[in-house]
Design a binder for this molecule. Sequence first.
Ligand SMILES: O=C(O)C1=C[C@@H](OP(=O)(O)O)[C@@H](O)[C@H](O)C1
Ligand SMILES: C=C(OP(=O)(O)O)C(=O)O
Length: 462
Amino acid sequence: MTATAATSDGSGTPVEHWAAPFASRPVDATVTVPGSKSLTNRYLVLAALAEGPSRLRAPLHSRDSALMIDALRQLGATITEVPGDGDFGPDLEVLPLPAAAGASVTRIDCGLAGTVMRFVPPLAALRNGASVFDGDPHARKRPMGTIIEALKALGVAVASEDGSAPSSLPFVVEGKGTVRGGHLVIDASASSQFVSALLLVGARFDEGLHLEHVGKPVPSLDHINMTVAVLRGAGVTVDNSVPNHWVVAPGPIRAFDQRIEQDLSNAGPFLAAALASKGTVRIPNWPAETQQVGDLWRDILAKMGAQVTLADGVLTVTGGQEIKGGNFADTSELAPTVAALCALATGPSRLTGIAHLRGHETDRLAALVAEINRLGGDAEETSDGLVIRPARLHGGVVRSYADHRMATAGAILGLAVEGVQVEDIATTAKTMPDFPQLWAGMLAQDAAAASGPEEPSGGAAH
Ligand SMILES: O=C(O)C1=C[C@@H](OP(=O)(O)O)[C@@H](O)[C@H](O)C1
Ligand SMILES: C=C(OP(=O)(O)O)C(=O)O
């Protein structure tokens, strides 16, 4: 579990390796994961736009939520930590953006957070004054053109600091305090976040917003449905009855007191541990109804041969004797975890509908192929996904590319393959700062449970 070596991530910065723990016996653990990144950052934005003070209970505390909090504070919201009632840190009280806030130039660090770089610029348009957006080096490579062009089409000036026309970070939004809104046509095929970003703020446009998508299919539709659900929960009228059209009526956003569901996407690596070690992992507080894409784990893991039950709010996953490969479509942000399991599978797999992962924290398709193959795997890129064939894996270093989900994919592989080291495990702080401790805690439960005669794990059999 400890850092064992120092090397370089290619940028010249020394990065420590994390010796991924190998499961010498089946995992048997109950794990509670922190709050959902997508819900926390949506509710933070809505609270900043609401008509009164709001409270988020059990929100995520991570780099992405901290970046969102800082960004909203820069725009004028007051966000205070108050004691929470659970194990995952304080609640958040939010006083919304004051009317006609702004005037001075403000600088917003988006880090590598898609939710910050896409959701906050439309808010900055409602402020008086200039907001300068920038982020991590790789953030400058993530698709942003659609948001920039959308704001311009809405009459908001967006420029580079040197005056040229930007298509990515960094850029400056010149807010005028109000946006007229109306009918807006965009191409959101590179990210669902373009749609969510505009819908979240649409009720605050003078005429509301009729957003229309034209182009290749919008990915990650679950995330758009989540946006629509949280808006409706705050009293906003949204009509999504016609595919590729979303109509948001102008009007107030109700203040709220909202408990944040745990992050079901981040539950993925722990559930995957059940398959990788032929053990059992239980996740309590699994929501009976949710818009989170992570609810798909129930189908995906069952298809891979696991026994999956949801009873009394506890999701229990028990790995089978083998991990089955298969065809997995539209897995969105779950794809790196799915790919890690496919690399351990006994049959071939095809992941489709994820071409847009090339614009995520890193080019995830290239990164997954490189890192699976570095361990002796057999993965290949297709135009819209991956093909992964069975192969005998060996130990080695899994590079993270500053991508939290590449790091957790490395941890999954390390459970089943001896001698895996993950470069820069600390990058999991993007959405799960305690990942190494939670992972160790999961394995410690397994050790505590193994008081009887030890059974050899199938973990090394791949
Ligand atoms: O709106 C959101 O909270 C997200 C939407 C998705 O983005 P893409 O549509 O770019 O995949 C997802 O992958 C990301 O992790 C979070
Ligand atoms: C794509 C992801 O993040 P972001 O919100 O930065 O787009 C992710 O968490 O998998």
